[in-house]
Design a protein around this ligand. Structure first.
Ligand code: GRF
Length: 273
């Protein structure tokens, strides 16, 4: 087993993925320890799951911070080290043409909340930040301060669909309503877009005639609980890095940052038993 890495985890809700990670650590399948669990939601059940395992927790009052900006913009200030021009240039959250004042308000108010999030995380040094059902978009202000140019990046997310299909907040719902015959989940590094980052791993499951949305969600979550610890383990083993790839196609140049997974060291157990 490699040295355990330090995980910071952010949750907004039930925290079943957090539970799967804690269980994988406890059962010796994941060389890691969780150094904090943070949330934007004081009611998140994930916080209870963390406390039950003696993991420190904190809450950042996103709702109140964002309301301050909605009601009293002149009084609400972004963090001192925030540059709106830089945030606008880097973000890939909204397609070009989105009304600029709205986008600016979005980036400024999020940066204010993210500054508090960074401050809450500061007492707990970590190697990898794991988003486990954290329902807030992270902006370049936060991402750059966590990643600081490292390769591989060090924020991971799990998404309830086979990306790049069905980004957004309701991956299983969108998959189901589209009439897909296969659903799935994706673990990826976080970049400046919404659910657009380089893909680390995916798992798929069949959608049978007669499956309800609930059945699709249940099948999907079962895959998530296996996939997330596997992907974190690859990170812990130092087997992940990202690489820029360029293709010259008849329709023009295509560029994409992808994850390259190094083979396991000889004699290691396979990740997919
Ligand atoms: C999961 O479906 C995950 O893919 C999505 O949010 C959900 C979180 O579930 N990002 P839980 O809180 O881990 O139970």
């Amino acid at each position: 087993m490699p040295e355990p890495i330090r995980l910071g985890v952010l949750v907004s809700g039930g925290g079943t993925n957090l539970q799967a990670i804690l269980d994988a650590i406890q059962e010796g399948r994941l060389p890691a320890r969780v150094v904090f669990v943070g949330s934007d939601n004081p009611e998140a059940k994930g916080l209870e799951r963390a406390r039950a395992r003696g993991v420190p927790t904190f809450v950042v009052a996103y709702r109140e911070i964002l309301q301050r900006f909605a009601h009293d913009p002149p009084q609400a200030r972004p963090p001192e080290d925030f540059s709106l021009a830089e945030a606008c240039a880097r973000q890939r959250l909204r397609p070009g043409g989105t009304e600029p004042p709205r986008l600016e308000r979005f980036l400024v108010s999020r940066a204010a909340a993210e500054a508090e999030l960074l401050a809450a995380m500061r007492p707990y040094p970590f190697d990898l930040l794991v988003l486990a059902g954290f329902m807030r978009i992270l902006t370049p202000y936060f991402i750059d301060r966590v990643n600081a140019g490292c390769n591989p990046p060090r924020i991971m997310n799990i998404h309830p669909a086979l990306l790049p299909a069905f980004p957004g907040t309701d991956g299983y719902g969108d998959t189901f309503r589209y009439g897909c015959k296969v659903g799935g989940c994706t673990v990826h590094f976080v970049d400046y877009g919404e659910d657009t980052g380089p893909i680390i791993g995916q798992r798929a499951f069949p959608i049978e005639e007669g499956d309800t949305l609930e059945a699709v969600r249940r099948k999907g979550l079962e895959q998530e609980w296996r996939l997330y610890p596997e992907c974190i383990r690859l990170f812990a083993e130092g087997r992940l890095r990202t690489e820029r790839r360029v293709w010259e196609l008849p329709g023009g140049r295509v560029e994409r940052t992808v994850v390259v997974i190094a083979p396991a060291a000889p004699g290691k157990a396979p990740e997919h038993p």
